[in-house]
Design a protein around this ligand. Structure first.
Ligand code: AMP
Ligand code: GLY
Length: 427
């Protein structure tokens, strides 16, 4: 079978890497992919962007692609699955109607309220003044969110009234996030530690993958601005063995049942961003896709072939598809360009990848790289590499990941030195 992965980041490299391990797969195409995917024995990158639905459809038909896997949220929200499956192709991901769980926070909050899925209390506004009055009445801290997709940047956790008001003005009046700011969601602040649960869904059956935790802040000890994620580890011990059935029942099960009952069955990966509060797990957000960088630590732990699981989600047979994981741990450290998440330079030469990957437990997923002249590899984004290690437990695996990071160099590289520490420092 030929498989097409849509997207170009570390998540898509991890997906292509795992898919390429499937015996039944002869080739993994990526649109547009990245140099890490191009280096896979079965990998091939094609110059089509994720928004070019017509070109993608033509390529799928011409190559006889048996399965298309969509990485990022934008094409999902824009209806790529409706279009490709409408043309008779097998495609992994939710329809545009189901992807509203991520693409509209007000939709997601109303949905959760209707289906009794635990989450923070909220209110939705279409103009700024009533939103500001609500914040004054409700008290601090409070969380202000642009309704639509804002590449993870539309959320402000406000600790002062000024911060909250400024966030509301910037979203609704200045339209910093464009049409995503036509509505604003204001919700209560949830206290606790965050964790991510990704789950496969075929519209009826939902199966959780192992827990993981992202590190969103740019600098050690969760300081500095938010980023797309500076590292991750799996499992996340904050999600205890006792907690998991509750998450499965009260969150994942209710979500998939609710979407089916509402006439928009959810297929693909359901990503629940959770806050583990004193009152139990609560949903901070739903995403309609694999997490980045969570995927880079969950897939390496999957012992089973990924392709049958993806196909089962597309054809409604997830209940008959066993999926197994190893008991060990996985850690990924993001190496970023100097200045990220602010302005940064591109085109710096990267060295030491082969040395880092000499350890069979280490895989470096590419997130923002490009080919230079004479086989050189250059930086080409804010988040450049996901240096990923597997091991028997978190402590040992963190050591392995940082051992590999030490062997890799590029001008201005920066990375957090505390990935996974929260898991080790638990009471
Ligand atoms: P979101 O894009 O909704 O995931 O929000 C981005 C980040 O903001 C989350 O990962 C949390 O760290 C924080 N956040 C969002 N909503 C809340 C909330 N209700 N309480 C506390 N922190 C939140
Ligand atoms: N790791 C956060 C996300 O994928 O949205």
């Amino acid at each position: 079978m030929k498989v097409l992965v849509i997207g170009s980041g570390g998540r898509e490299h991890a997906l292509a890497w795992k898919i390429a391990q499937s015996e039944g797969v002869e080739q993994v195409f990526a649109a547009p992919g990245n140099p890490g995917i191009a280096r896979l024995e079965k990998g091939r990158c094609i110059g089509i962007t994720p928004s070019a639905f017509k070109d993608l459809e033509a390529f799928i038909a011409q190559e006889g692609i048996g399965l298309t896997v969509v990485g990022p949220e934008d094409p999902l929200a824009a209806g790529i699955v409706d279009r490709l499956s409408g043309a008779g192709h097998v495609v992994f991901g939710p329809t545009a109607a189901a992807a509203r769980l991520e693409a509209s926070k007000s939709f997601a909050k109303d949905f959760m309220a209707r289906h009794e899925i635990p989450t923070a209390e909220h209110a939705v506004f279409t103009t700024a003044e009533p939103a500001i009055l609500y914040v004054r009445k409700r008290g601090l801290p409070i969380v202000v969110k642009a309704d639509g997709l804002a590449a993870g940047k539309g959320v402000t956790v406000a600790r002062t009234l000024e911060d909250a008001e400024q966030a509301i003005w910037s979203i609704m009046v200045h339209r910093t996030f464009g049409e995503a700011g036509a509505r604003v969601v204001i919700e209560d602040f949830l206290e606790g530690e965050e964790a991510s649960i990704l789950a496969f869904s075929d519209g009826r059956t939902v199966v959780a993958m192992p827990s993981s935790q992202d590190h969103k802040a740019a600098f050690d000890h969760d300081q500095g601005p938010n980023t797309g994620g500076m590292g991750a580890y799996s499992p996340a011990p904050v999600v205890s063995r006792e907690m998991l059935p509750r998450i499965e029942q009260d969150i994942l099960r209710r979500c998939v049942d609710g979407m089916a009952a509402d006439g928009t069955p959810y297929t693909g990966v359901l990503y629940a961003g959770l806050m583990m509060t004193m009152d139990g797990p609560k949903v901070v957000e739903f995403n309609c896709r694999f997490g980045d960088p969570e995927t880079q630590v969950v897939l390496p732990r999957m012992r089973s072939d990924l392709v049958p699981a993806l196909l089962a989600c597309c054809n409604g047979t997830l209940d008959m598809t066993p999926i197994e994981y190893d008991d060990g741990a996985c850690v990924t450290v993001v190496m970023a360009s100097g200045g990220y998440p602010g302005p940064y330079e591109k085109g710096k030469e990267i060295s030491g990848l082969a040395e880092a990957e000499a350890d069979p437990d280490v895989t470096v997923f590419h997130a923002g790289t490009k080919h230079g002249e004479n086989g050189r590899l250059l930086t080409n984004g804010g988040r450049v590499l996901n240096v990923t290690a597997r091991g028997k437990d978190l402590r040992q695996t963190i050591g392995k990941a940082y051992g590999a990071v030490k062997k890799i160099q590029f001008d201005g590289a920066h990375f957090r030195r505390d990935i996974g520490q929260k898991a080790l420092n638990r009471p």
